[in-house]
Design a protein around this ligand. Structure first.
Ligand SMILES: [Zn+2]
Length: 66
């Protein structure tokens, strides 16, 4: 996991609909899935590349103000 994926994480944390080309293979368009964790106010947002299977997951907390 290099700096380019850290930047990807920052982009998708703010803009889940962003269209970003995978920084690992420079081919795939990154896909986003949000998985809600039952019984909590958190969810896991995963970004993955269908071309090279690189994946980044981050856990986020619901915010009622945004
Ligand atoms: Zn890729």
């Amino acid at each position: 996991m290099d700096n380019s994926w850290i930047k990807v994480g920052i982009i998708f944390a703010e803009k889940p609909n962003a269209k970003v080309i995978c920084p690992t293979c420079n081919k795939g368009v990154l896909q986003v899935t949000d998985t809600y964790i039952a019984g909590s106010n958190t969810y896991e947002r995963c970004v993955f590349c269908e071309e090279c299977s690189q994946k980044l997951c981050m856990r986020k907390t619901w915010s009622e103000t945004t």
